[in-house]
Ligand binder design. Structure first.
Ligand code: GLY
Length: 375
């Protein structure tokens, strides 16, 4: 990397020390910032939005990367807030992996807290309850959402939720969790990952037979396009799967996706929101770049291939050179994050919490202190 890592970490740490107290005053976990304040989820969902685990996760990572009582206290407070969602229940979709591995799972991993372990197992059981078995033996998928019209919907993002199930099998010895991971991952490899390594975002299946019904465009630019954050979820998700299963076919899928992603990184190291968006459109999503950098760094460890390290460094240098704001425009620091190609309400070209989360996770990996909260 041409940037000095220690300098970047010092700037991240100084900025968050200034802005964490702004979050501590509120009951809402930050989603993005506006006008010098953290603001909560779009659509007024309080802490039920799928991204809520990223703030506690960011605090647990910061407490590892740059230990400070301010990060530790905030990690504990934010994790506690997450557990209220078990009572409310209605927002708990397949995204419980994102939400609880990075909050309760992290607390258990980093402090040994026993209740946090039970809370993480609770989340894993909820994810198991979303499994849709089909008429074909050992086939099926994890359903993404709860709308009546979305019964057969599965999305590529779920690859990042599967490690919660593998964790639960390791933790309890109960093989059912890992079996569901295996079945869903095989479905995803077959129906989401295209020959060239690009991925679909949403696939609709017949809930009874499991037959492919159609692809939906989702958060990308169009049906048949290549939403970059979906590519990042697939890249890191299949890499985590390969780490958990040790299966050659999972690693082969992860590498196919990785080669496709690496070939689409922009010259400046930034990431287009959709790799198939019209050439004249300037729409970035740096969350995708930060998440993919984490996937590439883990893939380098698994394969020993230097090109994956090079791809991660290109992405991170790009983010540091062009899109980190350590001044006061935002409470966080990674700019040009975009929630969805066609939907501006959740944020376009702004600072969004999970961009910051993955950027800091990548810094932890480069410094050799990553607690690996996904496993
Ligand atoms: N999991 C939804 C998203 O990436 O925005």
């Amino acid at each position: 990397m041409h940037n000095n890592l220690d300098e970047v970490i010092a700037k991240v740490s100084a900025k968050l020390r200034r802005t964490v107290p702004l979050a501590t005053k509120s009951d809402v976990l930050p989603y993005r910032s506006e006008g010098g304040q953290w603001i909560g989820s779009p659509w007024d969902l309080g802490n039920g939005w799928w991204t809520s685990g990223f703030w506690p996760g960011l605090m647990w990572l910061m407490d590892t990367l740059s230990p400070d009582e301010i990060f530790h206290r905030e990690a504990l407070r934010a994790t506690e807030l997450m557990t209220e969602q078990f009572r409310i229940y209605r927002h708990l979709t397949h995204d419980v992996g994102f939400m609880f591995l990075l909050s309760c799972g992290a607390k258990h991993k980093l402090t040994g807290d026993g209740q946090a372990r039970w809370d993480t197992l609770h989340a894993a059981s909820l994810l198991m309850g979303r499994f849709n078995p089909t008429d074909t033996p050992r086939a099926g998928f994890i359903k993404a959402w709860d709308g009546r019209e979305q019964l057969g919907y599965a999305i590529i993002d779920c690859m990042m939720n599967l490690p919660l199930l593998d964790w639960a099998t390791r933790e309890t010895g109960d093989p059912r969790f890992a079996t569901v991971t295996r079945i869903h991952a095989d479905t995803a490899a077959k129906h989401f990952v295209r020959e060239d390594g690009s991925c679909r975002h949403i696939v609709e299946f017949d809930p009874a037979s499991g037959a492919f019904v159609r692809e939906h465009g989702g958060q990308g630019c169009a049906v048949g396009s290549s939403w970059s954050r979906g590519q990042a979820w697939a890249l890191y998700g299949f890499t985590l799967l390969a780490m958990n299963t040790g299966e050659a076919r999972d690693l082969e899928t992860a590498e196919r996706i990785a080669r496709y992603f690496a070939a689409n990184i922009r010259e400046d190291g930034l990431t287009d929101c959709d790799f198939r968006q019209p050439k004249e459109v300037y729409r970035l999503d740096n969350i995708a770049g930060a998440c993919a950098a984490c996937g590439f760094l883990e893939l380098e460890k698994l394969t020993g291939k230097p090109e994956y390290r090079a791809a991660a460094e290109k992405l991170l240098d790009g983010l540091i050179d062009h899109c980190c704001d350590f001044g006061d425009a935002y409470c966080g620091f990674l700019t040009h994050c975009t929630a969805a190609y066609h939907e501006d309400n959740a944020g376009t070209h702004t600072n969004i919490v999970y961009g910051d989360y993955f950027f800091v996770e990548a810094l932890c990996k480069l410094k050799g202190v990553d607690p690996m909260l996904w496993r």
